[in-house]
Design a protein around this ligand. Structure first.
Ligand SMILES: [Zn+2]
Length: 404
């Protein structure tokens, strides 16, 4: 089994080791006799860094546990000149490790706060590149509860409580009242002890006092299958997230020429305006369609007891065409063959109820000629075409067919 140096010292970023074996698949990797590299486990993501031999400097891209208790350091390049027995120096990406310690210790502080304040146990912990999350076993979670936990967690951080690592037997652990006891497997348990705040079994790397967490910010909460997921960021992540939030808000506020705290009010006002303008536009379109239908009907002579209106517009949308077609055919017997060239070339065919043709079929035939797609019922059909060329001629051809 690999001797895990990080169990005893989270701040050990450089170490010497000996290569025990070389892994070729699924990609090149090394197993050492001892390592300070943390493998992905318990919600915490693996370290990255370098393994330096006398002849090579190898980038450690991923670190993973094996089933038999070893730690594999996966490398991002093929191995040369390294074999069992080679001495290597390990160099861990310290900034990444520190960030992971801040996130993981923040998780312990938060999980305990959720239990102590509201009796909500944490069922899982997830660490991603930009944020972390815990899942709480609870049927409900309010904004006030989230804010209380955030305040309490930051107080624990400001109090700079010691974070100690302890080893106990399983029997001892059962008497200590841990927040979380892992399933019975090992005789000895590693405990992370945040003084008078949280005691839990964990194999992760942690800060040595809560002040090093540097800040805890709770973010999105969402309902998940077993309860609620709470996203959070700690340390520099909290600072960079707050910075990004501020930039986004500032940019948005500038669009409204307002202060950042007035953005919701301004946005609501704008949405209300859009809603009312949309309503006004609908009304104007309706009035315009009615007036236009009246004009078109007035200037079209009646033939065989009905009026045939054929018209191509240069700039009307499909909604207006349909509206106009309905107005044209609603009252007296009429057939409307309408088209628009832009913004989106489209056709609408309509007839008054009781007229003998089939608009759906006529439109489909026309679409086939123009290379478009569409359809509809016997009395109303619509479709779009890729180009405006040929639309007028196609309408004329249909009109011709109807007047014969
Ligand atoms: Zn943990």
């Amino acid at each position: 089994m690999t001797d895990r140096l990080y169990y005893h010292d989270s701040f050990l970023y450089n170490f010497d080791a000996e290569v025990r074996s070389v892994v070729e698949t699924p990609r090149p990797g090394l197993i050492l006799d001892r390592t300070a590299f943390y493998p992905t486990s318990g919600g915490q993501v693996h370290d990255t860094g370098w393994l330096v031999s006398p002849d090579a400097r190898l980038r450690v891209a991923e670190v993973a546990d094996t089933e038999d208790g070893h730690v594999v350091h996966y490398l991002d390049a093929p191995l040369k000149d390294v074999q069992p027995g080679t001495r290597v120096r390990g160099e861990i990406d310290a900034a990444r490790r520190r960030d992971h310690m801040q996130q993981h210790s923040a998780q312990h502080v938060l999980s305990s706060a959720f239990v102590r304040l509201f009796g909500m146990p944490t069922v899982s912990f997830h660490m991603a590149d930009d944020y972390c999350s815990i899942d709480l076993d609870t049927p409900s979670l309010t904004k006030d509860q989230v804010e209380s936990v955030e305040r309490r967690a930051n107080e624990i951080m400001i109090e700079d409580r010691p974070v100690d690592v302890r080893y106990v037997t399983r029997d001892e652990a059962e008497k200590l009242g841990l927040r979380k006891l892992p399933p019975a497997e090992r005789d000895q348990l590693r405990l992370i002890d945040i003084r008078d705040w949280d005691l839990t079994a964990c194999g992760g790397t942690h800060v040595s006092s809560t002040g090093q967490i540097g800040g805890i910010l709770l973010r999105k909460t969402e309902k998940v299958r077993r309860g609620y997921r709470v996203e959070f960021v700690a340390g520099q992540r909290a600072v960079s997230t707050a910075r990004r939030d501020f930039s986004t808000l500032t940019e948005t506020a500038a669009l409204f020429s307002a202060g950042i705290y007035d953005v919701p009010q301004q946005a609501r006002k704008s949405l209300d305006e859009i809603k009312s303008l949309r309503k006004q536009r609908e009304q104007s379109q309706d009035e315009l369609a009615a007036a236009q239908a009246a004009t078109l009907l007035a200037e079209t002579p009646e033939n065989h007891g009905r009026k045939l209106v054929v018209r191509t517009f240069s700039d009307r949308d499909l909604t207006f065409l349909k509206l106009l077609a309905q107005k044209l055919t609603r009252q007296s017997p009429a057939i409307a063959l309408l088209a628009t060239e832009s913004p989106q070339p489209a056709l609408v065919f309509a007839q008054s109820a009781g007229q003998p043709y089939d608009m759906g079929t006529l439109l489909k035939e026309t679409m086939a000629k123009l290379g478009g797609r569409g359809g509809g019922s016997r009395d109303l059909a619509q479709g779009g075409v890729p180009r405006s060329e040929g639309i007028a001629a196609a309408l004329a051809a249909v009109a011709q067919k109807l007047t014969v």
